[in-house]
Design a protein around this ligand. Structure first.
Ligand SMILES: *[C@@H]1O[C@H](CO)[C@@H](O)[C@H](O)[C@H]1NC(C)=O
Ligand SMILES: *[C@@H]1O[C@H](CO)[C@@H](O)[C@H](O)[C@H]1NC(C)=O
Ligand SMILES: *[C@@H]1O[C@H](CO)[C@@H](O)[C@H](O)[C@H]1NC(C)=O
Length: 544
């Protein structure tokens, strides 16, 4: 009995030792080979270059929404994704193009000059003429009603604005970075919801963040918007007025107006200006195309991560009988190229069974240039429930001006995506620099926004400005590169493939962005990190 009792014990001891050894060995090897270890990545710059070259070629005529050029771009993007093993879908986005061939707008006894004094569009449905007569303009300051965050602020004070035309300042009165309440888009949504007839947004370069020329360009022609949902009443008039017109209506200087609105306690008030407006409306239906590619995760897992970069650009415009093409090489053929290369990287990882727990969904939305329409449409009609979307990364544009010591996450302070970015940057020998222009509300200006508004943690990854490859003073270098791009190239016909190559070293910076992006995606797709909004973040309440 004693023998029988002892021998099994010895066996148990040996078995335990053996088991530990095996576990330790495999565990160690497992760690070395673990799918959780980032295997490193190089950017195939030749392939990226060929994506950009094709997408920005003149034959695509600037990839305007609903044109042959967009169709060619979509076919190309889809072709690349199909080849590397993504399941692709092209989502048709029903749009309406609105032009106003005849416009008369007067305030008091003055006929205003279209283009110089105001720019205008209409959201009216089912009518070809809009006429508002003897409308007394209501002034609403910033036209904001908050829900206590960042603080209580109410411009409406229970005033019934149904059927009224309201003059609104753009921007917000709050300390710190611009909030969504500051965006003109918020004002339009809020007034539409309250049944107003129209809005006159006051333009100042400072409050809008861009000059009057951006509102008019290109040529103040057609305004593209999503087909309205059944029964939704749009604003009969949606206009921007120049600062001098706002001053004429308010009879005070614009600085005074901002001072008063900033102080708070300014309620909707009648002005003594009467407005007459008459618009002739023509509409056409058109369709934009969102390309969506899915790379499956572990079987049956609908959890996913979305990467976006819009493919549309401004198209071609007739000017003095000549066709002027806007190739949009940097904006945003380069972003799409980078997206395709990230897709290719993760497809290759998957074929080596090193990826992914979650699905990777890449989307190149249409109609970004017309206020994020493609991404908004996708967010309302997602292929996979957005409640199962762990995060959205937008990575458009590209740093063509050389390596930097920093990366930037637009919106990185809003969620723990910021921590993931910080780690990724560190591993690439970079640091994360803060948002360079918090007053401009960049988070609200590109394709991550519609997803954040559905509660999905979202961020746009971009480069910083600490360039390392220059001999002259950094300010001079920036002036000759990034600021020069903003002044002379952005949204101009010279945003071309050749422009990229004139920069000398267009791909070192891009490679850094690519590597940081790949690491962030790796954390989300393979390591399964689940970002959370920061406490108090307004977008958090939309998360289901
Ligand atoms: C509209 O304005 C134009 C010139 O600005 C003027 O000739 C025309 O009579 C106006 N039409 C109406 C209906 O007021
Ligand atoms: C690309 O498009 C985004 C909007 O999605 C915009 O914010 C960005 O400035 C564009 N990139 C460039 C290089 O213009
Ligand atoms: C920036 O460059 C422009 C020319 O592109 C020049 O006119 C201007 O003086 C420069 N500004 C600074 C601060 O160097």
């Amino acid at each position: 009995m004693a023998v029988y009792r002892r021998r099994p014990r010895i066996r148990i001891v040996w078995l335990t030792v053996a088991l530990f050894t095996v576990v330790a060995l495999f565990g160690g090897l497992g760690f070395l080979m673990s799918e959780d270890r980032f295997p490193g990545v190089v950017l195939n710059t030749a392939r990226l270059d060929s994506h950009i070259k094709y997408l920005s070629s003149l034959s695509l005529e600037g990839r305007a929404v609903g044109t042959e050029g967009e169709i060619s771009a979509v076919q190309y993007i889809r072709g690349v994704l199909d080849t590397i093993g993504f399941k692709t879908t092209v989502q048709t986005v029903p749009l309406q193009g609105v032009t106003l061939p005849a416009v008369n707008l007067s305030i008091g006894s003055d006929n205003l000059r279209r283009g110089q004094d105001f720019v205008i569009t209409s959201e009216a449905e089912n009518v070809n003429i809009v006429e508002l007569k003897d409308e007394r303009i209501l002034y609403g300051g910033y036209c904001i009603k908050t829900d206590g965050n960042p603080e209580d602020y109410d411009s409406f004070c229970s005033t019934d604005v149904r059927g009224r035309v309201i003059l609104c300042l753009v921007n917000d009165p709050f300390e710190g970075p611009l909030t969504y309440y500051g965006r003109w888009v918020y004002k339009v949504e809020e007034l539409r919801r309250r049944g107003a007839a129209g809005v006159l947004l006051v333009h100042t370069t400072e409050s809008a963040g861009y000059g009057w020329n951006v509102l008019q360009s290109p040529d103040g022609g057609e305004n593209i918007r999503l087909m309205s949902k059944d029964g939704e009443e749009g604003l009969k008039i949606r206009a921007w007025v120049a600062q001098h017109i706002a001053e004429r209506i308010l009879k005070i200087s614009i600085d005074r107006a901002f001072e008063e609105a900033n102080r708070g306690g300014l309620c909707m008030q009648e002005t003594d200006m009467i407005l007459h407006v008459r618009l002739d409306i023509t509409r056409r239906e058109l369709y934009g195309l969102n390309v969506i590619g899915q790379l499956d995760g572990s079987a049956g897992n609908n959890e996913h991560v979305i990467l976006t970069s819009h493919h549309d650009h401004l198209g071609a415009i007739e000017r003095n009988g000549e066709k002027v093409i806007y190739p949009g090489a940097l904006d945003n053929a380069s972003g799409v190229g980078k997206l395709l290369e990230l897709a290719t990287y993760f497809a290759a990882m998957k074929s080596q069974a090193r990826c992914c727990k979650r699905k990777l969904v890449v989307i190149t939305p249409t109609a970004e240039e017309a206020v994020l329409l493609g991404s908004s449409y996708y967010a309302d009609h997602p292929l996979l429930p957005l409640a199962q979307c762990a995060a959205v990364l937008n990575m458009d544009g590209m740093n063509v001006w050389g390596p930097t010591t920093d990366s930037v996450g637009i919106g990185s302070e809003r969620s723990t995506l910021g921590d993931i970015l910080a780690r990724a940057a560190r591993e690439e020998g970079q640091r994360v620099a803060p948002d360079p222009a918090p007053e401009q509300g960049l988070f609200f200006r590109s394709d991550q926004l519609p997803f954040a508004r559905k509660g999905v943690p979202a961020m746009k990854i971009t480069h910083g400005f600490s360039f390392t490859n220059h001999e002259q003073d950094i300010d001079e270098y920036l002036n000759a590169t990034v600021w020069d791009y903003n002044r002379n190239v952005y949204h101009q016909p010279v945003d071309t493939y050749e422009y990229l190559h004139e920069q000398g070293d267009p791909y070192s910076g891009a490679e850094q962005e690519f590597k940081v992006g790949a690491r962030v995606l790796f954390d989300l797709l393979v390591r399964g990190f689940s970002p959370k909004w920061m406490p108090g973040e307004p977008f958090a309440r939309f998360r289901s």
